[in-house]
Design a protein around this ligand. Structure first.
Ligand code: GRF
Length: 210
């Protein structure tokens, strides 16, 4: 059920959607006071869309090939999210870089989760980058999205140790477990108006007792 005080999330996905599932689960168990208003994918037949169907969540596959430019493709996403009165756009494994236009349309209202402790290892294969570099500690980051690649203000991070004998799969799996806790938590802080930007620093204010 939606009412005026509903906090609407629009989610962009391109793949399996385990972070989307973590958001859905948090809502269903009552720890996240949001409504997933619409999930949009740029890929057809992905598991993320199946998850939506299973949970009765509105979802849409938009094929970039049917648009003559990135601009028109993203205009369609903006329109769909606006129709659904989306308050926050969550990237959850969305594998395209957003244009300036899209970021401008939802300025300060787009967040992403990335599997490293940013600013270390931005971009693709962050877990492999961490293993190749030989760091002993990596993790995940929820950050605001700006015009760069994984360069927006960091909101929250969880550290995950790199263990002896870790490979890309084992490390990714342990980071993913933390992503699933961190992402819904940060969304809930945003809903509670506890996340603000001071310059490029995202500040989390303490919970108010009501
Ligand atoms: C996650 O590792 C996330 O950090 C990154 O893409 C992956 C998406 O996984 N941005 P999933 O589709 O949520 O399972």
């Amino acid at each position: 059920m939606q009412n005026n005080s509903t906090f609407n999330i629009g989610v962009l996905v391109s793949g399996r959607g385990t972070n989307l599932q973590a958001i859905i689960n948090a809502i269903e168990r009552g720890s996240l006071d949001a409504h997933v208003a619409l999930v949009i994918s740029n890929k057809e037949n992905i598991h993320a869309l199946e998850r939506c169907r299973k949970h009765g969540i509105d979802n849409l596959f938009l094929d970039p090939k049917n648009f003559n430019s990135k601009e028109t493709f993203e205009s369609a996403i903006i329109e769909k999210f606006n129709e659904k009165l989306v308050n926050l756009v969550c990237l959850a494994g969305y594998m395209r870089i957003l244009s300036k236009k899209f970021i401008g349309a939802f300025r300060g209202k787009i967040i992403n989760i990335h599997p490293s402790l940013l600013p270390a290892f931005p971009g693709l294969s962050a877990q492999k980058q961490a293993l190749d570099y030989g760091v002993k500690l990596t993790g995940c980051t929820v950050h605001f999205v700006d015009e760069g690649v994984d360069s927006g203000a960091v909101i929250a991070q969880t550290a995950v140790p790199v263990l002896e004998g870790d490979n890309e799969e084992t490390l990714s799996q342990r980071i993913l477990e933390q992503e699933h806790i961190l992402y819904p938590q940060v969304i809930q802080w945003i809903i509670q108006n506890r996340v603000s930007l001071l310059g490029r620093n995202a500040i989390i204010s303490p919970e108010r007792n009501s």
